[in-house]
Design a protein around this ligand. Structure first.
Ligand code: NAD
Length: 306
């Protein structure tokens, strides 16, 4: 298989001053991309700001012979993001790849969580993703080319205690991706989600045994990211990865049952709950009309039997 390269491509990686974003930015640059290394330079909870982290990644890229610029835009601020995109356009004239990676944590049980902490996390992860994607969307449409990755999480796909805010933001990206996949297809804009687990400051205090944590390298995640932003990337894929394991996640529905009008009661739903819940046969739908089509087919089959 030919090497995956990004020569001539321009990429923006948000939150690229540390952790996964840094690894993505270094790898994109090493494979030929010109990279905007965005980072607010915030603490894990989003407090503070400094351009130092982004600048040091840019230095690393330049030392290795690559091209990069540092940017300190806060992804929650549309005017700062617009200025970042403008700077990239001025410097390189196009934007091919957007990696929405910036993130913060404000973990607490929902009982103890202030709405301010809920909103702050939604703001950075979900609104930050929407704001950055919106800022490049028209450019990608005009170019008839774009690759966007949003960074979701096992917390959004499967749930983590104490992360109602974070999990909600990360799961919301699925809906965001589904719509943009449909809207971008005509313009060869492909959008995918990454659901990583890796050793960064976000995971250092979770009690993961060091021998496991050491295998959970950011570089293992970056391998999947590079594929998801490549020319031959899929679209609307959710890639789950950690420690060298790679899988694809899907939102599926069980085949379900059909109840004729006179039997559509909560008691019948309760009585057939196991059948409704059975994962023996599941469907992955490419569009929102899928479930209705499945149910209508069942209704028609039942009508034919009458
Ligand atoms: P990290 O804290 O090392 O990196 C996040 C970066 O985002 C930081 O450098 C921070 O300064 C920057 N940032 C925060 N708020 C910002 C803002 N408003 N504007 C611009 N930059 C901002 O964490 P990480 O583990 O590398 O996380 C990267 C992404 O991966 C996040 O979206 C995170 O939720 C996601 N993720 C990580 C893991 C994991 O196991 N590490 C698991 C699931 C999802």
């Amino acid at each position: 298989m030919a090497d995956i390269r990004f020569d001539g491509k321009v990429a923006i990686v948000t939150g690229a001053g540390a952790g996964l974003g840094r690894s993505h930015a270094l790898a994109l640059a090493a494979r030929g991309a010109k990279v905007v290394v965005n980072d607010l330079g915030a603490a894990r909870d989003g407090a503070g700001a400094s351009l130092t982290a982004a600048q040091s990644v840019v230095e690393e890229i330049r030392k290795a012979g690559g091209e990069a610029i540092a940017d300190g835009a806060n992804v929650t601020k549309p005017d700062e993001v617009a200025a970042m995109v403008e700077a990239a356009m001025k410097q390189w004239g196009r934007i091919d790849i957007l990696v929405n990676n910036a993130g913060i944590l404000r973990d607490k049980t929902f009982a103890k969580m202030d709405l301010a902490d809920f909103r702050a996390v939604i703001d950075v992860h979900l609104m930050g993703t929407a704001i950055c994607t919106k800022a490049v969307w028209e450019i990608m449409r005009q170019q008839n080319y774009g690759r966007v990755v949003c960074t979701s999480s096992p917390s959004g796909l499967h749930g983590i205690f104490g992360q109602a805010n974070y999990g909600a933001a990360k799961a919301a990206m699925i809906g965001f991706m589904n719509a943009l996949h449909l809207e971008g297809a005509k313009y060869d804009i492909r959008i995918n989600l990454l659901s990583p687990s890796a050793k960064t400051r976000m995971t250092e205090d979770l009690g993961i045994p060091p021998e496991i944590l050491d295998r959970m390298t950011p570089e293992a995640i970056t391998a999947a990211l590079l594929f998801l932003v490549s020319e031959d990337a899929p679209s609307r894929a959710i890639v789950s990865c950690a420690a060298g394991g790679y899988a694809r996640a899907f939102v599926v529905e069980t085949d379900g049952i059909y109840l004729p009008p006179e039997e559509q009661t909560p008691e019948n739903i309760a009585a057939r709950w196991d059948e409704i819940s059975s994962t023996e046969k599941v469907h992955y739908y490419e569009a929102s009309g899928g479930p209705t089509a499945n149910f209508l087919a069942k209704a028609q089959a039942a009508a034919r039997k009458e």
